[in-house]
Design a protein around this ligand. Structure first.
Ligand SMILES: [Zn+2]
Length: 117
């Protein structure tokens, strides 16, 4: 099974795009940070602002779920996906080809990480 280039997925599918696919809209937008209902635990007509997101930084956090992270972490939380499933679903919903790492490159990356340890 080829390895997915997760950092490429995060670059290709921006957080605002992923939230748009989920039908999420902020209840509050100061141009830097968006706040609104959590796509996991709340309903779209909920006026809560427990879900915080900084779209330019690609970062989000839910103060109720106590979870946050990248666009991939968002799809893992909302859909209960594994990291691999979340990346594949994000690319599919955004109409993009999943960016895979060539097997030789993946092996080299693993070897380099092992050498760093
Ligand atoms: Zn939540």
């Amino acid at each position: 099974m080829p390895s997915i280039d997760y950092s490429a997925v995060k670059t290709l599918v921006t957080l605002d795009r992923a939230l748009g696919i989920l039908g999420w809209r902020p209840n509050q937008d100061d141009g830097y940070e968006w706040r609104g209902y959590c796509p996991k635990h709340a309903l779209p007509n909920d006026h809560s602002k427990s879900f915080w997101c900084r779209p330019k930084a690609g970062w989000w956090y839910c103060h109720v779920c106590k979870r946050g992270g990248s666009v991939i972490d968002l799809y893992m939380m909302v859909h209960g996906f594994t990291v691999r499933e979340a990346a594949i679903e994000l690319c599919a919903r955004a109409g993009l080809t999943v960016p895979y790492i060539a097997r030789r490159t993946a092996r080299r990356l693993i070897r380099e990480q092992e050498e760093d340890m």
